[in-house]
Ligand binder design. Structure first.
Ligand code: ATR
Length: 286
């Protein structure tokens, strides 16, 4: 075999492909369990491990991993934005979102950065609410952090005619409007109830409602029962926000599926098998 290896499958002749999730801290990540489940299910060689990396070491580590047999990695807090400054190739969607969650290490040493969070968000809704379509009406997004940016990008790409957004710190929502364009309408945090009036899709993209944090309390009076309501928080699976929306007759989708679906494109690139997101995977990750 020549020094230049042309594909991951050829690489497997020498060693099983390695991938992992890089964060600081990283112990809480569910990604290793998720990828292990798929590796076992498809009986594939390879491994996926948690990699704790301090922010100041990210660049060194990313340049070293391919030399150690890694074919790629996922990124989590606090590395998702910084990785874009290190990567050699950045997909349009990662550039638009301003963050990367999936890296592919090319044979020539180049680091390819992608963001699959928006893909995961939409795939989760399509799986659990097959009749839902973003194009059918206005979307209302609560929150304007990194996760919200991926949600906004994917809803606009999926044809949402209007994208309403509100955030405790209004300037972050205004920044999103400045970057994502005229379909984005910024609401004051105090006007959150009005934002839901006539909305077809409603998303909690804040961390509120997560176990140990205060719940997200929203005046739901203007919410129509035909709306689809989803929460990016998945601990607990049924947040107070979702429970209240369900009481009002809305279709609700929990946030765990976004985590599962965002992992699929990376797994397919690294290990050569398109993985299925199903109930067995959900149970393995829970
Ligand atoms: P992520 O990458 O998960 O989106 P983030 O960028 O830190 O993380 O964003 C967290 C989001 O939750 C933000 O919209 C944040 O609002 P601010 O921009 O005002 O900080 C929101 N959030 C977190 N705690 C909140 C709280 N107690 N009340 C209102 N919003 C909150």
């Amino acid at each position: 075999m020549t020094a230049s290896i042309s594909s991951h499958s050829e690489q497997n002749v020498q060693h099983a492909p390695l991938a992992g999730v890089i964060g600081w801290p990283i112990a809480h990540s569910r990604s290793p369990r998720l990828h292990r489940h798929w590796l076992d299910r498809y009986d594939l060689p390879g491994d996926y491990i948690p990699i704790p990396v301090r922010p100041e070491h990210l660049s060194d580590v990313l340049r070293m991993l391919p030399k150690m047999g890694f074919v790629g990695a996922n990124l989590t807090i606090p590395h998702k934005e910084t990785a874009l400054q290190i990567a050699d190739i950045i997909t349009d969607r990662a550039a638009l979102i301003g963050a990367a969650n999936t890296l592919i290490f090319h044979e020539d040493g180049k680091i390819h950065a992608d963001n699959t969070d928006g893909f995961g968000f939409i795939a989760n809704l399509k799986q659990h609410a097959p009749d839902w379509s973003a194009a059918r009406g206005a979307a209302a997004v609560i929150g304007a952090g990194g996760a919200a940016r991926a949600v906004v990008a994917s809803l606009l790409e999926s044809g949402a005619p209007e994208l309403r957004i509100t955030n405790r710190t209004k300037i972050r929502a205004e920044q999103i409007k400045a970057e994502f364009g005229a379909k984005v309408v910024v609401y004051d945090w105090a006007q959150i109830g009005n934002m839901l009036d006539g909305a077809h899709t409603v998303v909690n993209a804040t961390s509120m409602g997560m176990t140990g944090k205060p719940p997200l309390r929203v005046p739901f009076d203007a919410l129509q029962s035909s709306a689809l309501v989803t929460d990016l928080v998945y601990t607990p699976l049924m947040t107070d926000f979702l429970t209240e929306a369900q009481t009002r007759g809305c279709t609700v989708v929990d946030g765990l599926g976004m985590l599962l679906h965002q992992a699929a494109p990376g797994f397919e690139r690294w290990f050569g098998q398109r993985p299925e997101v199903d109930d067995a995977l959900r149970q393995a990750v829970l």
